[in-house]
Design a protein around this ligand. Structure first.
Ligand SMILES: *Cc1c(COP(=O)(O)O)cnc(C)c1O
Length: 359
């Protein structure tokens, strides 16, 4: 089997055992005589999958009865519009922080609907960083504070969520379930599955029920969180196959020590690459030390020519997807939960060899 080390930012690498299990039961799901993707979303076989996915997510996130899980579509991008559409009445406002490309899109979508405030903007700073605790000066009238926990393109990650007086709404698309967190700080969390949780097509939403209930009767039913929560994400046909893989991935996380166990693995993986960058004057991190992402590691070489050569030579050694995002250039190694340690060791070895030849 010729699997590569897949450093892609998303869709991204998934646990091999999850892919193999899905493959083994793809044509005949657990003796039903049909594939799960051919099965009714209201049938017994799919129902068990759906319930386990919800239960696993609830357990990993430590949800209490006042929170609900919903499986939605349209990606995190749809949430940028749907959060203000549901949570903000005509005269309501929210606070946002701008930390890069994704939060900028969230701000633009919110501004189309309501007058929201940007209370901190670090998107143009160098070195790249996340705001410090004292920079989250929330307004008293804000219904929520919107932030992104991990900027996938810049390679920055918020290491500690701020203690603020309003619920946090977090775009966790690229670091969902990569570390423990305290759910009580959050009014809502959302994540497109394709970075860290499964295939594209499903967005995982966790929301406090009282916030979902703020929705106006004028919002079309299909766009209301309450509709999806009340119908256990079965109001319309959900992306059943994507949810099935999310269920297998959450099972895999639990088997690997839950969020604490996964965080330990992620920290060890990221440290190896950052240590290699810091030990060299050839590689350079554009990110401040205290904001370095454990998920998307961005770095530069002395020239764009060398960066192109680095990506091309790595690809020949079965290390795929190392080219940085087109907006920022450079190198980006996305090493989500499922990315194996052997792939990290291969990259670090390659970095050493490449510097020796070209440094
Ligand atoms: C990828 C990504 C998005 C966009 O996700 P879609 O599912 O493509 O809409 C939003 N936010 C973050 C942090 C991301 O990494």
């Amino acid at each position: 089997m010729a699997r590569v080390y897949n450093f892609s930012a998303g869709p991204a690498t998934l646990p091999l055992e999850v892919l193999q299990e899905a493959q083994a039961e793809f044509v005949d799901f657990k003796g039903t005589g049909m594939s799960l993707i051919e099965a009714s979303h209201r049938g017994k076989a799919y129902d068990a999958v759906h319930e386990e996915a919800v239960a696993n997510i609830s357990k990993l996130a430590g949800l209490t009865d006042d929170y609900a899980v919903a499986f939605m579509t349209g990606g995190a991008s749809q949430q940028f519009a749907q959060i203000p559409m549901n949570l903000l009445g005509e005269n309501d406002t929210a606070d946002h922080v701008n930390t890069g490309a994704w939060t900028k899109k969230a701000i633009a979508e919110a501004k189309l609907q309501r007058s929201i405030k940007v209370i901190a903007d670090v998107s143009k700073e160098s070195p790249l960083r996340m705001p410090r605790e004292d920079e989250f000066k929330v307004n008293k009238d804000a219904v929520y504070l919107h932030l992104c926990s991990n900027e996938t393109i810049a390679g920055t990650q918020l290491k500690k969520f701020p203690k603020v007086d309003v619920p946090i709404v977090a775009d966790m698309s690229s670091d969902m379930f990569s570390r423990p967190f305290d759910i009580r700080q959050f009014g809502a969390i959302y994540a497109g599955a394709q970075k860290n949780m499964g295939p594209a097509g499903v967005t995982i939403v966790i929301m406090r029920k009282d916030l979902a209930a703020r929705v106006s009767e004028k919002v079309p039913k299909i766009f209301r969180y309450t509709t999806h929560i009340e119908n256990n994400s079965l109001y319309n046909t959900p992306p059943t196959f994507s949810i099935y893989i999310v269920m297998l991935v959450t099972r895999w996380i639990m088997k690997n020590g839950g969020l604490a166990g996964i965080e330990k693995m992620n920290a060890a993986k990221a440290a190896k690459i950052y240590d290699a960058i810091d030990a060299s004057s050839f590689y350079r991190s554009p990110v401040a030390n205290d904001s370095r992402s454990f998920m998307n590691i961005t770095f530069r070489l002395p020239s764009e020519e060398l960066e192109a050569q680095f990506v091309a030579e790595a690809k020949k050694l079965k290390m795929d997807g190392l080219k940085g995002h087109r907006d920022v250039g450079g190198i980006r190694a996305s090493i989500y939960n499922a990315f194996p340690m052997e792939g990290i060791d291969a990259l670090v070895q390659f970095m050493t060899d490449f510097e020796k030849k070209n440094g």
